[in-house]
Design a protein around this ligand. Structure first.
Ligand SMILES: Nc1ncnc2c1ncn2[C@@H]1O[C@H](COP(=O)(O)OP(=O)(O)OP(=O)(O)O)[C@@H](O)[C@H]1O
Length: 301
């Protein structure tokens, strides 16, 4: 099942092309949208909500075209904006009830639903206090609650961990995972902190300068970047040359060599090459590279 799909999606602003021929497909579950500041994440979200017109290409959300069915999309999609947008004089309850009513719920249904959803995001007694006095973590929870209050099929979360301390970030990530797994709502979550999405996403899309860099299931991400880090006291150039001769793929990372594990035999080849060249081995460590390595340009030997 396709949750959302774009084809050659482009958005130009006078000075910059924020999205450049972006073609992606997102299925159910939790999908991370990763990119540095200015990569085009918020622009994509606004287009998906039908709030911003594309300059070219197409986009569909739950089978609906964003340019013609924006209002229908917003009825079944929740949106957590990046920036602080909460009225300081209202309490979380008043605000969430209001948002629920705006989505078409009756006052009674809106009250019940707001109470449920605020409890789910971890706001209890404080939900009756004015939001102006809330911490960033509490504000982020209210923003998440209002995105969920009308029982959407999909939520778009723009930088939900922004401004949170490590504990707050962990709690928010756990909540996002629960939205996907327990409530069965599909999630598209953006972040510029690449590593954190590894923990909660089923699928990750990486964009840079509005262009697609990569789109893969999280498993493929880590598997295909599997490497062994090798550090020797001296002779790394000779070792790299020998391994390349033997058919291995080697890149330099500072003083260390990163050797791609193409097959289990790679470990034997490595051990034999170190012995053959009589090198002192400091470290030989198998590691899964992280998502951020997608952004690193390897230096080929
Ligand atoms: N309304 C606008 N007018 C002009 N340029 C814009 C507008 N909105 C976004 N841009 C530009 O488009 C590019 C992409 O911005 P966007 O906000 O989508 O990036 P982002 O990945 O969400 O980054 P951030 O996390 O910093 O918001 C940036 O260069 C930004 O300056």
């Amino acid at each position: 099942m396709t949750i959302l799909a774009t084809e050659g999606l482009t958005r130009r602003f006078p000075r910059v092309t924020a999205l450049d021929q972006l073609t992606v497909t997102v299925g159910p579950g939790v999908t991370g949208l990763v990119g540095a500041n200015g990569a085009g994440k918020s622009t994509l979200i606004k287009i998906l909500l039908g709030l911003l017109e594309p300059s070219g290409g197409t986009a569909q959300v739950l089978g609906m075209d964003v340019t013609t069915r924006g209002a229908e999309i917003r009825r079944v999609v929740g949106y957590m904006p990046e920036h602080d947008c909460l009225p300081p004089d209202l309490s979380a309850t008043e605000f969430t009830v209001h948002m629920a009513q705006m989505s078409g719920l009756t006052r009674t249904a809106a009250r019940e639903r707001a109470a449920d959803v605020l409890r789910h995001v971890g706001l209890y007694e404080e939900r009756y206090r004015a939001m102006g006095g809330y911490s960033t973590g509490m504000k982020q929870r209210v923003k998440l609650a209002q995105a969920l209050v009308h029982d959407p099929r999909l939520v778009l979360l723009d930088e939900p961990t922004n401004g949170l301390d490590p504990q707050g970030r962990d709690e928010m990530l756990a909540l996002i995972r629960r939205i996907g797994s327990e409530f069965g709502i599909s999630v598209l979550v953006t972040s510029h902190l690449l590593g954190e999405l590894e923990r909660v996403c089923d699928h990750v899309i990486v964009i840079d300068g509005g262009k697609l860099l990569r789109s893969s299931a999280i498993g493929e991400f880590t598997q295909s970047t599997q490497t062994v880090t090798v550090e020797v006291e001296e002779g790394q150039d000779a070792l790299a040359a020998r391994l390349t001769e033997l058919g291995e793929t080697v890149t330099f990372h500072g003083r260390m060599l990163l050797v791609h594990v193409r097959a289990p035999e790679t470990f034997d080849t490595l051990r034999d090459a170190v012995c053959e060249l009589d090198l002192s081995l400091i470290r030989m460590e198998q590691g899964r590279q992280r998502i951020e390595d997608v952004f690193r340009e390897p230096v080929n030997v």
